[in-house]
Design a protein around this ligand. Structure first.
Ligand SMILES: NC(=O)c1ccc[n+]([C@@H]2O[C@H](COP(=O)([O-])OP(=O)(O)OC[C@H]3O[C@@H](n4cnc5c(N)ncnc54)[C@H](OP(=O)(O)O)[C@@H]3O)[C@@H](O)[C@H]2O)c1
Length: 336
């Protein structure tokens, strides 16, 4: 068995992890062994390695939060019928998916379809669920309502735009590069605006009489947030789900008090903890079916074997990527 392990917190993640080989662990009571087909590199994995994530690493720490694979062994008190089942691993940041095999509690997986692309299924647990929760858990939206998002070319953006289109919601998408704007137009965003000078004014002109019922904010940039908040309706909502700048988003005082715009947040680990198991299975069942049907997907830039972790981690942190970077620890993902 091979796996990527974090040995020190901080610095360049490619230097703070190493590839270990050894005997695979056996499942304890309630656990299962999953052979990994594919597992993405997410921004959260890098934040985790830097010690800046909501869970602090207890080194040596297994790396990789989500992925898809097949159950190959089960421990006591786990239904043996699970052996052979294809599953997606839900993130916990306690056990790693950048490995040929991983041992996880049986409750940390959900079944996924056989007839879907492994790379897309590997990305099911975090970003599609995030997009789903952003669209369902904050504001009651109806067809024709406008939602706004920045980081619109991100994987989260891909899923938000596709799920919003399916539900009949209109999307105002903000990106920071023209190539990204083109990609987001092809995804079907209704309005695409480039970040830059007079962003708020240009967004207002693009929307005309319309206002955003909700804004999904991923930059953390207080300046950009303030400009976009001006397009949010009175009493509307901003949901902070990411901060790629490392800053805290700010709702200007007048919008907060005089217009009643509220600032809320989303964190996948809280959502997983607080959502009843039955509902989780329903949501993941629906999302994995949409993946199988090709209705939702994220762009993929490259896949790598575990041995090429330095290149994979470098690529994953490069500006201007065209899609996600994934590990393919076993050959089964590519042979499908
Ligand atoms: N709160 C949660 O539980 C939760 C759940 C899922 C994801 N997230 C977060 O959501 C974000 C998107 O995740 P993802 O996996 O969809 O990302 P992704 O596909 O890797 O895309 C990253 C996005 O961030 C943009 N970006 C990076 N640095 C930037 C900067 N300094 N200023 C402006 N834009 C910048 C990129 O723009 P370019 O293409 O122009 O570089 C791209 O749009 C990540 O920060 C992730 O950690 C949070």
């Amino acid at each position: 068995m091979k796996r990527i392990v974090l040995t020190a917190v901080g610095g360049d993640v490619a230097d703070s992890v190493s590839l270990e080989a050894g005997a695979g662990a056996s499942p304890a009571t309630g656990e299962i062994v999953v052979e990994i087909e594919a597992a993405p590199v997410n921004g959260a994995d890098v934040l985790f390695a830097l010690g800046w994530f909501g869970v602090y690493p207890d080194v040596p720490a297994e790396m990789g939060a989500e992925g898809v694979g097949r159950v190959v062994e089960v421990g006591e008190h786990v239904d043996s019928a699970l052996v052979g089942q294809r599953v997606a691993i839900l993130p916990s940041f306690r056990f790693g998916t950048w490995a040929t095999r991983t041992v996880v509690p049986a409750r940390n997986v959900v079944p996924v379809p056989e007839d879907a692309d492994a790379l897309q299924l590997a990305m099911l647990s975090v970003n599609p669920a995030t997009a789903y929760a952003l669209l369902h858990d904050y504001v009651e939206l109806k067809p024709g309502d406008w939602v706004g998002l920045n980081l619109a070319n991100s994987a989260v953006g891909h899923y938000v735009i596709a799920l919003a289109r399916r539900a009949g919601f209109k999307t105002l998408a903000v990106v920071r590069r023209e190539e990204a704007a083109e990609q987001v137009r092809r995804l079907g965003a209704d309005l695409v605006v480039l970040d830059g000078d007079d962003l708020g004014q240009r967004v207002g002109q693009a929307l005309g009489e319309a206002k955003l019922r909700v804004l999904f904010e991923g930059t953390g940039d207080p300046g950009q947030t303030a400009q976009l908040v001006s397009a949010v309706e009175d009493g509307g909502t901003v949901v902070a789900f990411s901060s790629v700048t490392g800053q805290s988003p700010v709702v200007p005082l007048a919008d907060l008090i005089y217009r009643g715009v509220s600032l809320r947040s989303f964190f996948i680990l809280s959502w997983l903890r607080n959502t009843p198991r039955e509902q989780l299975e329903r949501v993941y069942g629906e999302l994995s079916q949409l993946i199988a049907e090709g209705v939702i997907s994220a762009a993929v830039q490259a896949t790598y074997p575990l041995e090429d972790y330095r290149k994979a981690l470098h690529d994953a942190q490069t500006t201007g990527r065209t899609g996600k970077v994934l590990f393919v620890p076993t050959t089964s993902a590519l042979s499908r």
